[in-house]
Design a protein around this ligand. Structure first.
Ligand code: A3P
Length: 319
């Protein structure tokens, strides 16, 4: 396949030359591709994923806009699916970050490799992506695989994103102010944005195909996690038995995957992030709802809320 792979890399190099681009504020670019602002660091992976991924009917795909609680959802899905293989006291989550156990198509699996071997993974295979619905490979849409979508209030997502890019930023790249980031958000210019298109794409999909797309919100999970763990297990095709429920397995998984528990594991305090030089601890900041109030001015809030209201109008969805 080497010739074919080389050809694809050349084609990709040519493609990015033609796309509108903006700074991603961490030393790379956002490229506007098929209506989505894609990160340069994972763009080649996204193209390979779009072209080559073959879904299995039993696959579970976790999809989020960045900074919506992906790490949390990956931990929950992994703990649910692997509880037969490892009791929580021996869980791989004790020694690996959730991103190392549930790989991302564009950042990990297809990052450098157009033809990764995914056939020997036991089912359900659990993968993740930040790709908007419109850009998903057709095999995900056409197969019976399941999509678990998680999003979060845009104000908290933005504040979390701002802190995160502040930590990823190389010294050579100027820091972006919150004011600038709000402006970029409102122009749709955040990773995998426009944010509202991302959310609405999956909102529409879950309305049309509730058995295929489970639509979750971070705030609801924070209010009441236990019923969400059960819903997630049912949806993934690994429901809890009555015995497991009686033994408190659902509650155990919920508290095992809580912010406080995961953040204090050695691997998440000192281990290295899957994509770069930083520590896993940058994935665990506060884990709270409403932290935006400590950062955003009333003017920023008003601008974002007004825009979101306009964009979501008529969809039946509100944050
Ligand atoms: P904050 O920056 O608001 O604290 P992602 O995993 O998609 O990158 O999202 C990161 C956000 O999820 C961060 O939000 C992080 O603190 C929070 N988070 C990480 N693990 C969590 C958990 N187990 N429960 C709840 N929130 C969590």
């Amino acid at each position: 396949k080497t010739g074919e792979e080389e050809g694809m890399r050349d084609e990709y190099q040519e493609l990015i030359q033609t796309l509108p681009k903006e700074s991603d504020w961490v030393g790379g670019y956002l490229y506007l591709y098929q209506g989505c602002w894609c990160l340069s660091m994972s763009f080649q992976g996204l193209i390979f994923f779009q072209r080559h991924f073959q879904a299995h009917d039993t696959d579970v795909i976790i999809i989020t806009p960045p900074k919506s609680g992906t790490t949390w959802l990956k931990a929950l899905a992994f703990a649910i699916a692997n509880r037969m293989h490892h009791p929580l006291s021996q869980s791989l989550l004790l020694t690996s970050n959730p991103h190392d156990l549930v790989p991302c198509f564009e950042f990990d699996i297809y990052h450098e490799n157009p033809f990764p071997n995914l056939e020997n993974i036991h089912s359900p295979r659990i993968f993740s992506t930040h790709t908007p619905y419109a850009l998903l490979p057709s095999s995900i849409k056409d197969s019976k695989c399941k999509i678990v979508y998680l999003c979060r209030n845009p104000l908290d997502t933005l504040v979390s994103y701002w802190h995160f890019i502040g930590k990823l930023r190389p010294e050579t790249v100027e820091a972006i102010s919150l004011d600038q980031l709000v402006d970029m958000f409102c122009r749709g210019l955040t990773a995998y944005g426009p944010f509202w298109d991302h959310v609405l794409g999956y909102w529409k999909a879950t309305q049309e195909m509730p058995n295929k797309v489970l639509f979750l919100q971070y705030e609801d999970m924070k209010v009441e996690i236990v019923s969400h763990v059960k819903t997630l297990a049912d949806f993934m095709g690994c429901p809890f038995s009555l015995d497991e429920e009686k033994q408190g397995m659902v509650e155990e998984i919920a508290s095992f995957c809580s912010f406080d528990n995961l953040k204090d594991l050695e691997v998440n305090k000192t281990g290295k992030l899957h994509t770069g030089k930083q520590n896993n601890n940058i994935l665990f900041r506060k884990g709270e709802v409403g932290d935006w109030a400590n950062y955003l001015t009333p003017t920023m809030v008003e601008r974002m809320e007004k825009l979101m209201e306009e964009k979501l109008e008529g969809s039946g969805f509100t944050f």
